[in-house]
Design a binder for this molecule. Structure first.
Ligand code: BTN
Length: 331
């Protein structure tokens, strides 16, 4: 199976190298050491993925247009990371990439392996909620195996949201802001979310699956009524589509940089990056931690990644998980 996908990738690579020219079926079959019928099957499979490939019995094959999809072939062509994306598994439509990545991690998938889907039918959100994941967005999960105690996993969560903010900042004119712990807001509306799931012993993480969802090229009329005022997409805020591939490659690169920085220089160094996009600290907030709703001023992030809230009576409460509503959202 892996061999087939590697050969298909090689066919694509040759088509890209040939540019506007044609490469004959014979040349492809010689280079890959497979029959011309097998080459034809790879070409058909690429066409099914959306590649426009011209064929002529005299000249062979020529790539006319590539689709904007996050297939392993497209990603590996341009990815320059060291560990993230070493292995890429792509599905057109799945229930949840986190669910598949957890199964892959249990089976021993390497650190950095990524599961991507074109669409999710049962996307998982934080705190047991569901997450809306239609075509047009980017939905993926990364498997990490950090040498870290499980009580510090909240710290690692921050690398995802930092990478997202930096990517939006770099590729668009939009001003992304981070609402603790890891929602990206653009013009007050949520455009992405992160769900990290974990398997651990008492003092060591076995694996961690960081699931990232981005509302990239999604039209307003695709959102269900209850999300229209809270959520948005990059396309809607920007007024134009953004290349999925370009966005994903930038995001993965930023994610790896933040992961390495976290491992080499510690949490304090990445929290500085987080604060550059902060929308929470210094604000009056309401925080629902599942047991009670706290109202106060968000004053800091502690060394584990928890949010510190100063209540009206002066006490400072620590919030490990919960939903933050900014004052401007509830007044
Ligand atoms: C949230 O904001 O509630 C977190 C949403 C996380 C969604 C992503 S999409 C890819 C990955 N697979 C899932 O099922 N969920 C995460």
């Amino acid at each position: 199976m892996k061999e087939t996908s590697e050969r298909k990738q090689k066919v694509l690579q040759i088509l890209y190298e040939t540019e506007a020219d044609y490469v004959s079926g014979e040349e492809l079959s010689n280079k890959l050491d497979v029959s011309r019928t097998t080459i034809w099957k790879y070409i058909q499979s690429l066409r099914e993925q959306g590649y426009l490939i011209d064929s002529s019995s005299r000249l062979g094959y020529s790539l006319v247009k590539a689709p904007d999809i996050l297939s392993p072939e497209e990603i590996k062509k341009d990815l320059e990371t060291e560990i993230l994306g070493q292995e890429v598994i792509y599905y057109e439509k799945v229930e949840s990439t986190n669910k598949i990545a957890i199964a892959e991690a249990k089976e021993g998938a390497v650190e950095g392996a990524i599961v991507i889907a074109g669409e999710q039918t049962a996307g998982k959100g934080r705190l047991g909620r569901s997450f809306f994941c239609p075509p047009g967005g980017i939905w993926f999960s990364v498997i990490l195996r950090p040498n870290l105690r499980p009580d510090f996993v909240a710290q690692l969560n921050f690398i995802g949201v930092i990478a997202l903010a930096k990517t939006i900042d770099k590729l668009t004119d939009l001003k992304p802001g981070i609402k603790w712990p890891n929602d990206i807001l653009v013009n007050g509306r949520k455009v992405s979310g992160i769900l990290t799931e974990l398997s651990a012993e008492v003092d060591q993480i076995n694996y961690l699956v960081m699931g990232i969802g981005i509302n990239l090229n999604i039209d307003l009329d695709q959102f269900p009524a209850d999300l229209v005022n809270k959520a948005s997409s990059v396309q809607r805020e920007l007024g134009e589509r953004v290349s999925k591939l370009e966005f994903f490659l930038s995001l993965i690169t930023e994610l790896e940089l933040a992961y390495f920085k976290f491992q080499e220089q510690g949490f304090i160094s990445i929290i500085e990056d987080w604060k550059e996009y902060n929308l929470t600290l210094g604000q009056e907030v309401q925080v629902d931690n599942g047991r009670e709703v706290l109202v106060g001023k968000a004053v800091d992030i502690d060394s584990t990644g928890a949010l510190l809230i100063k209540l009206a009576d002066g006490r400072v409460k620590k919030v490990v998980a919960g939903d933050v509503t900014l004052e401007k959202e509830y007044t």
